[in-house]
Structure formats: C-alpha cells, structure tokens
Design a protein around this ligand. Structure first.
Ligand code: AMP
Ligand code: MG
Length: 396
C-alpha cells in the first residue's frame, strides 16, 4: 500500500476538524483560551481627561506670571470646581483635570512659595493630559474573535470592564496507552519493563495546547483488555491511543477498534518517524492511533493532532511556527518519506539561526527529543544538503 503524503494526511484531518461549542467564562479563567466572539469595550478609556503627571493643572495662557493655588485633584477624588484665570490646581497622576484647565505642568518644572506657583518651563499647550477615549471608546472592538488570550489581552478586557467573555470550549482528549511492557512512573521496575513516558507526554501536550486530557489507562496487549479500555472512551472530542499500530503480532488496537466502529481514513503516512499513524472516526470522535516510540508519537502530535486541536478551538494558525536556519553539517538526500529530525538551533546576536541535527535520530530516544528545540524538515525527495545551506525548521 502506498504511503499517504504528509500534506494529504493533514488535509484529511483539517477537513474533518471544526470549531467546537462555545462557553461564557470569567476573564480570570481566560488565559490561553480562544475568543469565539469579538470583545467590545463597555466604557471609554480614559473615562475623563486625566493628568499624566504629578504637578499643577493650569491655563496655558496664564503661565507667564505666578498662579494662585486653589485646591487639589487626587486620583479617585476629583476637584469639583473649575479653574479660573490666574489659578493653578495641585494635581496627581491619574486625577481628573478640572474644567478650565488645559495643560498640566510637571512638579519638577515649577517653584512654589506661599500659595503661589511659578511655572519655569512648559513645552506646549495641552501637555501631560491623557485625553478622554485616547486609549479606546465604548463599543470599540478590543480583541477579535480567534485571538488566543494572553496576560496582556486580559488587561485590556478588564480595563474595558468586560467581566465575561465567549470562548471555545476546551477539547477533551481521551488517552490510552497499550503495551505489556509499560509501568507507570514511580513503580517498582522489573527487568523486562519500561516506564510509560508517552502518557505523561500527551497529558502535558494536551494541557499545553488548550485541551483537557482524560487518561483511560494502559491496556495490556490482549484483545479483552484493549476492548475493555476502549469501552471507557466516552464524551470526548478526540481519542488518542499510543502504541500497537504497527504490524507486529501484538499490534491489535486498530482491529479491535474497527470491530467497535472505527472508520479508518488512513493508516501509514510517508513520514519519518511516525509512519504507522492511524487516523479515523470512532463514533463521531477523532481517532489518532500513534506509534509507541516516543519521538514518533510526538512528531505525529506536532504534525496532525495539534492542528486538529487548534482548529477545533477556533484558532487560525494550526501548527507550531516555521522558521529557517543555516545548516551546521551535511545531510544526505531525502529518504522517500518526509523526515522530521530532532534538532537544536542557536541564534547569534543578529538573530541568525544555525541548526544541527548531527546526532542519532532513532525514534526510541527520549533524551534527544527532550534536548531538541526544533524539528528540521527534510522533504520526501530532498537533495543532499551541505553545511551552510538554509533549511526549514519547526520551532517546537
Ligand atoms: P509499539 O508501537 O507498541 O510497537 O511500540 C513501539 C516502541 O515504543 C516499543 O519499544 C514500546 O516499548 C515503546 N512504547 C510504546 N508505548 C510507550 C509508552 N506509552 N511510553 C514509552 N514507550 C512506549
Ligand atoms: Mg506495543
């Protein structure tokens, strides 16, 4: 069977992935969520002309002579009256500028004696006043639908006095690992076992990318146990299994799932690592069958499951950012499969990146996957690359 090219596999997945339902949440819970609606301000900011300095509110035309100090305006406690000819008002940063005043002189540019203020320096009329609505106005769009909310976004939403926002629901993802050799981290280790690292990896990847992981557990490599675990997959948007999708005698999950209703869209993609990946529809749930080697599973996540999760959350960008870097060493021609090499880039003072993937690319290795900060992409039919050439990298 011919291997499906990576772009076609991705297209199949994206065609089937759509933004999920929305929900209303407090801005205090909004970090990392994706807006399902524009956010409009409930008020004008600043709501009044405010002083930008500690100093004196004056009339610009008056500043030639000494001015009489009449009162003060404090942040949160405005001065009720207005300013007349020859008068100055003590004012502090954030305090309302009174009617009649048109300029604020910073304290450092004044001298004060008795109740008389002399202005020693003033650049121009109107300085040091924050105008009404200078930041934004009531009903202005503060943030557009599709934005992933950061701390800075939360500040502007709060300033607009918007307490609740509409976001896409977090996708729920069931994770099932398979393998008689797997023990949970912290277990007593026996000689023929290894620690399950893919479940912690996927729990973290799902959380990091806005999802809610649901760990179904680890199935032993028996039909009965795999069946029993699969029956627990309910009320989720995505189901990801790890391991058991290759051609070994104990790679049974695909067949068990098919008996339980899985419709396979594809099995085996022209990529390295990650070739045996399965994708399909399991009772309306997106199913990803990841190969068990940690780097294979991770690279399948980056290429396929992350874009699905991002699209389901209403994001416009589906994958990690792509960049370019100068290759540090020669690489042989493409292998006939799209190759995602674990790689490390460094950046010089001018922002020029140099990348190296000059170490074992075995998909079983965890340490090199952990050390990597990018994936070097080699196309299916890439020509041999020489040190000094520019190559494409995914910033992971
Ligand atoms: P499989 O895809 O089941 O043939 O597994 C391929 C390799 O990945 C084997 O060496 C497994 O022991 C290993 N493997 C499978 N699942 C996990 C897991 N959850 N954590 C760590 N390694 C795994
Ligand atoms: Mg296995």
């Amino acid at each position: 069977m011919a291997l499906l090219p990576v772009p076609e596999a991705l297209e199949t997945i994206l065609n089937r992935s759509h933004p999920i339902e929305t929900e209303i949440i407090s801005i205090h819970d909004a970090l990392g969520r994706v807006l399902a609606d524009d956010v409009r301000s409930q008020l004008t900011q600043p709501p009044f002309a405010a002083s930008a300095m500690d100093g004196y509110a004056v009339r610009f035309d008056d500043i030639g002579g000494p001015l009489t100090l009449i009162d003060e305006s404090q942040a949160g406690k405005s001065f009720d009256g207005s300013l007349s000819n020859g008068e100055a008002l003590r004012i502090f940063t954030g305090a309302p500028v009174p009617v009649g005043a048109d300029t604020v002189i910073m304290q450092e540019n004044t001298s004060f004696e008795g109740n008389q203020v002399t202005i020693n320096e003033c650049r121009a009329k109107g300085i040091n006043i924050r105008k009404i609505g200078e930041d934004f106005k009531k009903d202005d769009i503060l943030l557009k639908k599709g934005v992933k909310i950061t701390a800075r976004h939360i500040a502007v939403i709060a300033a607009g006095n918007v307490e609740k926002i509409c976001v896409y629901r977090k996708p729920k993802v069931a994770i099932l690992s398979t393998g008689d050799e797997l023990l949970d981290v912290g277990s007593e280790i026996s000689p023929d076992k290894i620690v399950n690292s893919n479940v912690p990896l996927f729990m973290a990847l799902i959380k990091e990318n806005g999802g809610i992981p649901v760990n179904i557990g680890t199935a032993r490599d028996t039909l009965d146990d795999v069946k029993a675990k699969i029956s627990k997959v309910k009320d989720v948007d995505i189901f990801v299994s790890i391991g058991g999708v290759s051609v070994g005698d104990y790679d049974i999950i695909k067949d068990v799932l098919k008996d339980a209703g899985l419709k396979v869209d594809f099995w085996k993609v022209a990529m390295q690592p990650g070739k045996p990946i399965v994708y399909g529809d399991f009772k309306g749930i997106h199913y990803f069958g990841m190969p068990g080697n940690p780097s294979s599973a991770y690279i399948c996540f980056v290429n396929f499951m992350l874009p699905a999760m991002n699209k389901m959350q209403g994001l416009g960008e589906y994958g990690y950012p792509i960049s370019h870097a100068i290759l540090d060493h020669d690489i042989k021609e493409g292998s006939g499969r799209m190759n995602f090499m674990r790689a490390i880039y460094t950046e010089n003072q001018d922002g020029i990146k140099t990348v190296s993937a000059n170490f074992s690319q075995s998909s079983a290795l965890l340490k090199t996957m952990s050390d990597a900060n990018c994936l070097l992409i080699r196309d299916v039919k890439a020509l041999p690359a020489k040190a000094g050439e520019l190559v494409k990298i995914v910033l992971i």
